[in-house]
Design a binder for this molecule. Structure first.
Ligand SMILES: [Zn+2]
Length: 321
């Protein structure tokens, strides 16, 4: 994803300097992941407080995903992660579809795969939750927050909701190729997987049935502060934020605003109500750096966002059904 802001040029300049000049220095610095003392994770709230969402288990899933190492689109580790995600989903009894496609990228043709859980509900109308699972191309970058946190939360949503009789059809999408292959984010070198699924749904005729799309990205750090993403659909953002407030998380889903370009855009452009749930500013010190590691992940944050997503889904069922 990319933040859209007047000082973006400055951010990108700084980021570019890190990319061009700091690779080797950063990877050998004293703060490299292997040399950090592993702090014990904060206590996860029990599932009984989170509608059954298991935050400790979700934290373990983040650890499992991070253990694959850097996972950029097309890499061997990305393929091993795909197998893992699919096996986990099948173990939960989820119906899983794989969409293999090829993208023309700055490094040539790259084979990518979207993984989509499709749970039939009483109504054919679709609610979609989504994340990206690829990580930014950067030496030693394991993307604990940027990639793994939201992927683990979506796995846990699937574990719970594949076993439930849902009133609407639920899709849970795991997108490949969200990250730009080049260091800089420049269209069309980004969001390959979400653009693929949105185009597929338009062709198949499924798109008019898609009533809401909720995207999660970078939701794992401590002291999460999720701002309202300004391109997102207002009624859907209101529904998610009012759900969070009702559950007592008004200090996490805050009312400040931020504009972010991300995987929800492909759906917004096709007229679908969509909402991006992301804490970009809080994570900006570690964003696309080798410091985006497991020790930055707080199971409480995973639990809060998971709880809000579950209750938002139930609210969407009431609204749409
Ligand atoms: Zn990223």
């Amino acid at each position: 994803m990319r933040r859209v802001a007047p000082w973006l040029a400055l951010v990108l300049l700084g980021a570019t300097m890190t990319a061009c000049c700091g690779g080797q220095t950063v990877s050998s610095a004293a703060s490299s992941p292997a040399q950090q003392a592993a702090a014990p994770p904060a206590q996860a709230p029990p599932p009984a407080q989170l509608d059954g969402f298991d935050a400790a288990y979700t934290y373990d899933q983040v650890a499992n995903l991070v253990a694959f190492g850097p996972r950029p689109a097309g890499s061997d580790a990305n393929h091993r992660q795909q197998d893992y995600i699919i096996a986990q989903l099948k173990s939960y009894g989820c119906p899983v579809e794989e969409d293999d496609f090829h993208s023309q990228t700055p490094i040539g043709d790259v084979a990518m795969k979207d993984i989509v859980v499709k749970i039939p509900g009483a109504s054919p109308d679709i609610v979609m939750f989504a994340t990206h699972y690829d990580t930014k191309t950067l030496a030693n970058f394991v993307g604990a927050d940027d990639g793994a946190s939201s992927t683990a939360v979506m796995l846990e949503l699937a574990r719970i909701l594949c076993a439930r009789k849902n009133q609407v059809t639920l899709w849970i999408a795991f997108f490949d190729g969200e990250e730009a292959i080049n260091w800089d984010w420049a269209d069309p070198d980004n969001t390959y997987g979400s653009r693929e699924l949105a185009a597929d749904m338009a062709l198949s005729g499924d798109l008019p049935r898609l009533k809401a799309m909720v995207l999660a990205d970078m939701i794992g750090i401590s002291n999460l502060q999720i701002k309202r993403e300004t391109d997102s659909t207002t009624w859907l953002t209101d529904l998610v934020w009012s759900t969070a407030a009702r559950l007592g998380y008004g200090n996490v889903f805050v009312n400040q605003k931020l504009e972010i370009t991300d995987d929800h855009d492909a759906f917004l452009k096709r007229g679908v109500a969509a909402c991006d749930v992301i804490d970009f500013e809080g994570a900006s010190p570690i964003w696309h750096t080798v410091n985006d590691t497991l020790d930055k992940i707080d199971p409480r944050s995973l639990g809060i966002t998971g709880h809000v997503f579950l209750e938002s889904f139930y609210a969407l069922e009431q609204k749409i059904h």
